[in-house]
Design a protein around this ligand. Structure first.
Ligand code: GLN
Length: 503
């Protein structure tokens, strides 16, 4: 077995290398820490790096392996989005409000991944409090797309997507409230899945919009996402919306031997709206080429309708801010994070703390949320949006009586240039037109690399396709993506970082 390229190997390949004693977890960790140190000034993907903690965890993983106690993720380096509480390591949500905040405990997902033997390299940059689609709302400055440095990586889990795409970590956690795992995965050419709402515990994840937020993995293959999700998912009594279901093995479909037509019998639903005007020509072409591959693997396509999906963006931008305005009220200068240095009385302290601690996008959402929940507007906006949310969820239920999965582009475009959308929030919000529906309905959805705007990278930008499935169909989505990745290599392309001017 040849030694895998540590920068770009999948977690599964690295696990095989560890098992074959080609390198130790400590060597693997040190090599990735060195890459992170070299490339942080270029991409700004991390908010915090934890070399000491990573080395301690790597040594523990090596010791576990020596005793014959290694699982599939033992010794695999990962990164957490900076909204997961990590004991002893700061959790900033990329906000000035939490710039120096160190959580006194690990979030549930963090604990589970620790128990699985992963090695935490550090915390990745994000849009402030996960509000944004480009990583430009981060207090710590923009993150750059490894495929084209003047383009955004997407958001809000942009740092996670860049860490995976630029060879800094084989896998990372993200969170997805309206598309924040899938959209940056699409923009950076990585694979990411948002599971069914309630599969992963939200305990120890800073809340944006609690009825929409879900944890999920981002990685270099569907197989790695399955490994990560198997570790991350599981009932947790500390999250009232955590689903009490038995532990699932999300790799169970993948390990079955491949046949000539492994997707025989799978019905792929194609909603016309996902291919309508406004979707970029290279995006449509890449998704159609992917459909051709999927048909060769045995899948059939049927047309389905999602009549209310066009309301998903406005519905989301009522419900998301409403929940955010409530969730973010805890940042008042009393208990967590930033407190204004000078104030006259308690009210003045609240005002100044929040004015100084939050950035523009977060303030915009708090204002909108407070407005739609206020007396006199509640029925017109909040209640109405809840009713339309139900219709959108019902549309999906109806569609899944005719098909097994719904497929389309993850985003209508590829990654925009840095700065291109910051002055126009509505344009930015429309990025999420295809992703938000899954959050409103609570269904699982994933983004899978399926092409580039040009085949001559570094000229090209990645394109992702989205697979959405019925509740608890994660194993099936991952299997479809895995079979696709067995016959394509879009997910294995790597950006030419040398050409971007780094050593
Ligand atoms: N881009 C969306 C927003 O701005 C989604 C964010 C997310 O999923 N966290 O809210």
């Amino acid at each position: 077995m040849s030694r895998p390229d540590i920068a770009y190997a999948t977690a599964s390949e690295l696990a095989a290398g560890l098992a074959a004693r080609q390198f130790s977890a400590l060597e693997l960790t040190d090599e990735l820490l060195a890459r992170i140190a070299a490339l942080q000034p270029v991409f700004n993907a991390f908010v915090s790096v934890d070399p000491d903690g990573a080395r301690v965890a790597a040594k523990a993983a090596d010791a576990a392996r020596a005793k014959g106690e290694a699982g599939p993720l033992t010794g695999i380096p990962i990164a957490h989005k900076d909204l997961y509480m990590t004991e002893g390591l700061r959790t900033t949500c990329s906000s000035k409000m939490l710039e120096h905040f160190v959580a006194p405990f690990d979030g549930h997902v963090v604990t589970l991944l620790k128990q699985a033997g992963t090695v935490l390299l550090g915390k990745t940059a994000m849009d402030e409090f996960a509000m944004g689609s480009s990583n430009e709302t981060s207090f710590f400055g923009p993150v750059r797309n490894p495929w084209q440095r003047d383009s955004v990586p997407g958001g809000s889990s942009g740092g996670a997507a860049v860490a995976v795409a630029a060879g800094l970590a084989p896998a990372a956690t993200g969170s997805d409230t309206g598309g924040s795992i899938r959209q940056p995965s699409s923009f950076c050419g990585v694979t990411g899945i948002k599971p069914t709402y309630g599969i992963c515990s939200r305990h120890g994840m800073a809340a944006f919009a609690s009825s929409l937020d879900q944890a999920g993995p981002m990685a270099r293959s569907a197989e790695d996402c399955a490994l990560m999700l198997t570790a991350m998912a599981g009932y947790d009594a500390r999250d009232a919306t955590s689903l009490p279901r038995p532990k699932e093995d999300y790799c169970r479909e993948l390990v079955k031997p491949s046949t000539a037509k492994p997707l025989d019998g799978i019905r792929i639903g194609l909603p016309e709206v996902f291919f309508a005007d406004g979707v970029g020509a290279p995006v449509v072409a890449a998704v159609e080429a992917a459909l051709t591959e999927l048909r060769k693997l045995g899948a059939v396509t049927v047309s389905v309708t999602l009549p209310n999906i066009s309301y998903s963006v406005p519905v989301y931008h009522v419900l998301g801010p409403a929940e955010a305005s409530s969730n973010l009220s805890c940042f008042d200068g009393v208990r967590y994070g930033h407190r204004a240095a000078h104030y006259t009385d308690l009210l003045d302290m609240y005002r100044k703390t929040r004015a100084e601690g939050f950035g523009d996008e977060v303030k915009r959402r708090i204002l909108i949320g407070t407005y739609v929940l206020s007396h006199g507007y509640y029925d017109a906006y909040y209640l109405k949006a809840q009713k339309v949310r139900r219709l959108i969820a019902d549309d999906y239920q109806a569609a899944f009586t005719q098909c097994d999965v719904i497929l389309g582009p993850t985003v209508p475009t590829t990654a925009p240039l840095l700065g291109a959308q910051m002055q126009d929030p509505i344009k930015m919000y429309l990025n999420d037109i295809f992703t938000i529906g899954a959050n409103l309905a609570g269904i699982p959805a994933m983004s899978v690399p399926c092409g580039f705007t040009s085949n001559n990278s570094p000229g090209g930008l990645p394109i992702g396709m989205q697979l959405q499935g019925a509740y608890f169909s994660e194993a099936q989505l991952l299997n479809i993506a895995h079979r696709f990745q067995q016959v394509t290599d879009w997910h294995r392309r790597v950006p030419n970082i040398q050409a971007l001017g780094t050593k």
